[in-house]
Ligand binder design. Structure first.
Ligand code: ATP
Length: 337
């Protein structure tokens, strides 16, 4: 099947800054795709390349199999929802939503009908007469979505779409966005630096660092089987074990990741590895402990690991010596990048 969006050896350099550096990527039609990475890793530039606000310095962008590298934004079947929503403050909600249709020359009655339809899809019927300033953050977000969907793009781009919302609303909107995407069935590409958001919403995730993609895969793949140390650390804060420490844990001498929740505490007597609890952080549903493995760790490796203790289990106090247990398959070897 032809991909909805393809990057073919795409770079976007700004002078000496390699914002995007040799990206190859296919995003399938109907996919909910996340671009995840720290600030400055090139995610937004990738989104702008798809939209046509940037042009590649090398390589090409394809939409549905067609090279669109030289095509202006308004001639691409793509729309963008910006983080600040970019609503027109002087226009009411209905006119904001219908704006793109007006520019496209759609007759007034049809503009109105389609804008109202988009608003009711976003659970905002009857809000058409309000100004953006008379709406809550979540409602503004829905207006921005209605406006982006009203002219029926084939790909919707979302730049940190939930960044401006408080935590509770964020979680609610994560569910809503997912439901909306299933309902409209179009390709969504969203940018986020929040790994929880990417893992919970996306069908697949691309993890970016310094303009390059480190790994593309399902949320389960990037979480449980990170390919690089960067992915292991960035997605979910895995223990990244130096080859010497990995060998201590019974692995081969290569960099390895081990999830904090894959480690279980037990008595130190008879345990293969023991350590001393040095810190405990209560997280509500669990407590994250730091356990210092002490002697045996190589001088250049970290000698401590994080252990997640689920709620309801006893939490040893700092200073306590504990034993560690884990399943062999939880130790995951990685590339050295
Ligand atoms: P954030 O999450 O902070 O938005 P990002 O991953 O989206 O970060 P980009 O905005 O794509 O990152 O930026 C990647 C790099 O390119 C950064 O170092 C940035 O400073 C640089 N950059 C982006 N746009 C320009 C520009 N127009 N001119 C010069 N440098 C730029």
């Amino acid at each position: 099947m032809t991909a909805a969006v393809s990057f073919r050896g795409v770079s976007r350099h700004f002078g000496t800054v390699k914002a995007v550096d040799g990206v190859d990527l296919d995003i399938a039609e109907g996919e909910f795709f996340a671009m995840l990475g720290p600030s400055g890793s090139g995610k937004t530039t990738c989104l702008r390349l798809i939209a046509g606000f940037e042009t590649p310095t090398a390589g090409r962008i394809e939409l549905f199999g067609e090279d669109v590298s030289g095509r202006p934004p308004y001639r691409r079947a793509v729309n963008t929802v910006f983080q600040d929503y970019a609503l027109f403050p002087h226009l009411n909600v209905l006119d904001n939503v219908a704006y793109g249709l007006m520019i496209a020359g759609v007759p007034k009655a049809e503009r109105r009908r389609r804008a109202e339809e988009a608003l009711s899809m976003m659970a905002l019927p009857g809000y058409g007469g309000r100004k953006p300033s008379e709406l809550s953050g979540g409602q503004r977000q829905r207006v921005a979505l209605a406006r982006a969907l009203v002219n029926r793009p084939r790909v919707l781009l979302l730049d940190e779409p939930l960044g401006a919302l408080d935590l509770k609303l964020r979680e609610q909107m994560q569910d809503e966005l997912k439901t909306l995407q299933r309902k409209v069935g179009i390709t969504f590409v969203f940018v986020t630096h929040d790994q929880g958001e990417a893992l919970s919403m996306a069908d697949r995730v691309a993890v970016f660092n310094e303009g390059r993609i480190q790994q593309v895969g399902s949320p389960e793949e990037v979480y449980a089987r990170p390919r690089t140390r960067f992915v292991a650390d960035f997605v979910g804060g895995s223990n990244v074990l130096h080859p010497g420490v990995a060998a201590l844990f019974g692995g081969r001498p290569a960099w390895a990741s081990l999830r904090p929740e894959a480690l279980r505490l037990g008595p130190p007597e008879g345990a293969r590895i023991t350590g001393v609890v040095t810190a405990a952080r209560y997280l509500g549903a669990a407590t994250r402990l730091v356990v210092d493995l002490g002697a045996g760790a190589p001088p250049d490796g970290r000698s401590d690991v994080a252990v997640l203790v689920p709620g309801g289990h006893p939490v040893p106090a700092p200073g306590t010596r504990v034993g560690l247990a884990w399943d062999a398959e939880a130790l995951h070897p990685m590339a050295t990048e």
